[in-house]
Design a protein around this ligand. Structure first.
Ligand SMILES: *Cc1c(COP(=O)(O)O)cnc(C)c1O
Length: 400
């Protein structure tokens, strides 16, 4: 057995697809320490710079003083403490939905929710670039799964027609993301809502990279497009712009009651630690405040900076067809804090990331299976906490 895995690992290495952990000896932030070196960090999803914010830290410390560190049981046994309910009330109020439910991670939210919504003979229609947690949730549900090409509304429509014909009277669940995690582009939400209405389907939207970034007070894409009541299941995570950890589902009271009864990752898992929950509650409070809105607008300033500088260096750095597709990509992703520089070859992406690391920048190379084979990329993320000269120096390094 040892030998079997060793050979498989050799195979991964030969294809430049092996992965390794990197030790950070500092808190998350625009600068991190790795192996005794300070690196400027363009790899995190801490878009608002809250992961090490004093408001969140203080809230966590106060919660530890009052509630200790462990919740002690699952939510339905005796793990539901005041802070869990306070967080859920705050999430529902902020997202303007009837109710909300927290999970210990976004991954757990997807894995518990989709199988609670659909089962054998129901149909899940999933965007090709959806996050692994959504795909895994769909597979676990046992429903018939069809993947539609990325953001391809016409293909989705033909899948819907097929599903209605093939599985009459069954549930159809459309699953997509508001901002795609490795590409940074947005879903055509308005068109999706029209389709789901005309086919009587359910729509689940993963707002992981949109909350805190898009829409009034960072409420996400559904809120930004005024479609809050048309998205049946609003999923998100507390681990990105909100700087802590945990996942959530927002929606109708009936939906949340159903999930409390049926979502196995919620039922059979210990409640999140009160410290994390209190920090998340502080993060939601911050986002809903005018200071939070200021921070979000500051992030957008940094996004515009990054986009302009990357566009100007991409037009010098990349050649011909590659340059045009790179510019097209950068143009299409101006709606989020995620900037993919598509390299293609896996080893070439690793080499670029390593060169940038030598220059003092942490920028991850993203490879198969996180993205398609041969579409390896550098994934640059910008946060409100980055200084303009840090962004400028990254772009200078890429230009070189
Ligand atoms: C990160 C992410 C998740 C998982 O959330 P965690 O809280 O990190 O488990 C789910 N969906 C998308 C799109 C993500 O990017």
């Amino acid at each position: 057995m040892e030998k079997l895995f060793a050979e498989e690992l050799d195979g991964l290495r030969a294809r430049s697809l092996d992965r390794h952990l990197r030790e950070l000896s500092s808190a998350q932030g625009p600068e991190v320490e790795i192996g005794g070196r300070q690196l400027i960090n363009f790899s995190s999803n801490d878009y608002l710079g809250l992961a090490n914010d004093s408001r969140l830290r203080d809230a966590a410390i106060a919660a530890i003083a009052e509630f200790g560190v462990g919740a002690g049981a699952s939510r339905l046994i005796s793990g539901t403490q005041s802070s869990h309910l306070a967080l859920e009330r705050a999430l529902a109020k902020w997202k303007r939905t009837e109710a909300a439910l927290c999970f210990s991670s976004g991954y757990a939210a997807a894995l518990g929710t989709i199988p609670a919504l659909v089962t054998k003979k129901d149909v899940v229609l999933l965007d090709k670039l959806c996050h692994a947690s959504l795909l895994d949730g769909a597979k676990l549900s046992g429903a018939v799964l069809r993947v539609f090409p990325h953001n391809h509304v016409a293909k989705l429509e033909s899948h819907l027609r097929w599903a209605r014909r093939q599985y009459p009277g069954k549930r159809i669940l459309i699953v997509t993301e508001s901002v795609f995690s490795m590409d940074g582009d947005r879903a055509p939400l308005r068109e999706l809502v029209e389709l789901k209405k005309s086919f009587g389907a359910l729509l689940m939207l993963d707002e992981a990279h949109a909350i805190g970034v898009i829409g009034p007070n960072g409420r996400g894409l559904a809120a930004a497009e005024n479609l809050n009541n048309d998205v049946d299941v609003q999923m998100g995570t507390l681990s990105k712009a909100l700087g802590t950890s945990g996942g959530y589902i927002c929606g109708s009271r009936t939906l949340i009651e159903w999930l409390i009864n049926r979502a196995r990752s919620f039922i059979y898992s210990t409640a999140p630690s009160p410290a994390v929950v209190a920090a998340a509650l502080a993060a939601v409070g911050f986002l809903a405040s005018s200071k939070g809105e200021e921070r979000r607008l500051l992030l957008w300033e940094k996004i515009r900076w990054m986009r302009e500088l990357l566009l100007s260096c991409a037009s010098e750095r990349f050649q011909d067809a590659s340059r045009n597709s790179q510019l097209a990509t950068l143009n299409s992703v101006s709606g989020s804090a995620i900037f993919p520089l598509i390299v293609g070859d896996e080893q070439a992406a690793l080499n670029l990331a390593s060169t940038l690391r030598d220059e003092g920048f942490l920028v991850p190379a993203i490879r198969y299976p996180t993205v398609g084979k041969g579409s390896a990329r550098l994934r640059i993320t910008v946060t409100a906490a980055h200084q303009e000269d840090q962004i400028r120096s990254l772009c200078e390094a890429i230009r070189k």
